[in-house]
Structures are given as C-alpha cells and as structure tokens.
Design a protein around this ligand. Structure first.
Ligand code: PAF
Length: 281
C-alpha cells in the first residue's frame, strides 16, 4: 500500500493504478478505524479492482464546541489494518494540502441537509459536502462507499452527486453493530464502562419505537416512548428521535411509506447517533 500526502504523488499513483481500465473504489474515513470501516473496505473490494481509503479528520465539519481536538487519531495502526486488507492507496493529506491558505469554497446542499444533524450541528453538512467533493476530485474514484450509520450524510452525498453530475456511483452499506446491538463508531472510544452499557438504550429505544409504529401505534406516541427510554438511561440532551422519509428525510407523522427512524443524543460528553429502517405494513 502506498501512503500519500501530496497531490502530485496521489495523481501519479491513481493514474498508474487506473491504467488497466478497472474501477477504482474510494472509502472516505476520518481514521480510528474499526470493524465498521473494514466492512466498507471489504465492500469496496467487491465493487472494484482497486481500492483507495482516505483518512482526514476534517476540521470544517466540526462545530466550535465539538470534539475536533479529542477525535481519536492513530494513523500507524490504521495504515497497518488497511495494508493487511490489501488496500492500494492510503490518501492522508495534511490540513494545509486539503485547505491551502486562501481556500474560500463552500458546498451546501439544501433540503436534505437542513433537519436532524443539520439543525443540531449547524454547518456540519457543508463541511462534509465540501471535503467529500475535494476527496472525489483528488482521487477521482468510479465508486465510493459510505456507511448507513451516518444515514443523513449518505443522503446528502447522494443528492450532491446527482445534482452536480459527479458521475460517481455511491454505495451505502448497512451499519455494523457490536454483538449487543450498539452501532460501531469511532466515538464509542470516549464512553466509560458504565456509559457503554447505558448507550445500549439508543438501539433499544429505536427498536422499540419501530416495533410500536409497525404494529400501528401513532408515530408521535412511539417517538415519545423512545425519548423516554433514552432519558431514563441518562441521555441528555436528546437532540432528536425522528421518523423521516427514507429518501428525502422529510419528517413523517404517519407511517405510510418506507421510512427511516433516526436518533441522536448525548451521553456524558459523547454524542451518539443511530438509525433503522421502518416499513409500513
Ligand atoms: O463519515 C466520515 O467519516 C466523514 O464524515 C467523511 C465522509 C470521511 C467526511 O469527512
């Protein structure tokens, strides 16, 4: 695996790799890799001959009081995992390569970015869309793989790729979970043992609300039940538990089409998100 940190070297490596005409697949990450990321890499391998992974902790998608400085960084270990998995290119640019002095462009996708995490974390999806556009322009993949754990992010990227005719196939992969049901996340590393146990309330609350809605209970009651379950386990604040259209992410008050149930809440200093599909009878 080649680890690259500047654009001329990346361009040369990508050109050499793609000279056989086979697809290049990109897995964008912020590092601190876990089994969820490695499932994305496996999926990439199924979709294309060549695999590139980016590791870049993107300052533009963190708010002023968020965890940019604390975000786990362990590139040497990540690089070993990617090398073992047969990845061809690790693209790990420093901040000044990604955002050189004078950088002044912002990509903003309205509608799908506005609610949920877009409301709770102003500017977050502009930061994601801007860096993902840059990663796509830098690596020029044919296909890119993202996890459904960040379901709204996936919807934002799909909208952006369609709107801007980027011509990249976007593949979403189901969330990887620990055996007890907690969605894998680099931020789980922040949880104390007691918080790790309490965190199970998030998948359980979403699962319970899904069960209630699919058996016909009013959406509003099911959401209130989920919020009560989270609060009882010490989540504070609960940013949202919301039923949304599975494609557009518009809020739904009646379960009359395929939907996604999304939740975000804070446990101590750690903000956790999760989501599951909800289907009408
Ligand atoms: O999901 C992530 O890890 C990040 O949001 C991404 C897509 C790599 C952009 O920084």
């Amino acid at each position: 695996m080649q680890t690259l940190r500047d654009l001329p070297a990346l361009r040369a490596a990508v050109q050499a790799l793609k000279s056989d005409g086979k697809p290049l697949v990109l897995v964008p990450t912020m590092g601190a890799l876990h089994d969820g990321h490695m499932a994305l890499v496996d999926e990439a391998r199924r979709h294309g001959r060549h695999v590139a992974v980016s590791i870049f902790v993107n300052p533009r998608q963190f708010g002023p009081n968020e965890d940019l400085d604390a975000y786990p960084r362990r590139e040497a270990k990540d690089a070993q995992m990617l090398d073992d998995a047969g990845v061809d290119i690790l693209w790990a640019p420093p901040v000044e390569v990604m955002y050189p002095a004078g950088f002044a462009t912002n990509i903003s996708i309205s509608g799908v970015s506005d609610g949920l995490d877009g409301a709770a974390r102003p500017g977050h999806f502009d930061g994601v869309a801007t860096v993902v556009t840059k990663l796509f322009n830098q690596v020029r993949p044919d296909i890119a793989i993202f996890g459904e754990k960040d379901y709204q992010q996936l919807a934002v990227i799909r909208r952006m790729v369609a709107d801007l005719d980027m011509g990249i196939e976007i593949v979403g992969l189901a969330t990887r979970r620990a055996p007890d049901g907690l969605a894998l996340s680099s931020r789980n590393a922040y949880l104390s043992d007691a918080e790790r146990q309490a965190a199970l309330a998030l998948p359980r609350a979403l699962g319970e609300a899904k069960r209630l809605m699919e058996k016909g209970d009013p959406v509003e009651d099911a959401l209130a039940r989920a919020i009560a379950m989270l609060t009882a386990q010490g989540f504070d604040p609960v940013d949202y538990v919301s039923l949304c259209d599975a494609q557009t992410l518009e809020p739904m008050t009646v379960l009359d089409r395929p939907a996604r149930l999304l939740g975000a809440a804070k446990l101590g200093k750690t903000r956790l998100i999760d989501n599951i599909a909800v289907d009408p009878a």
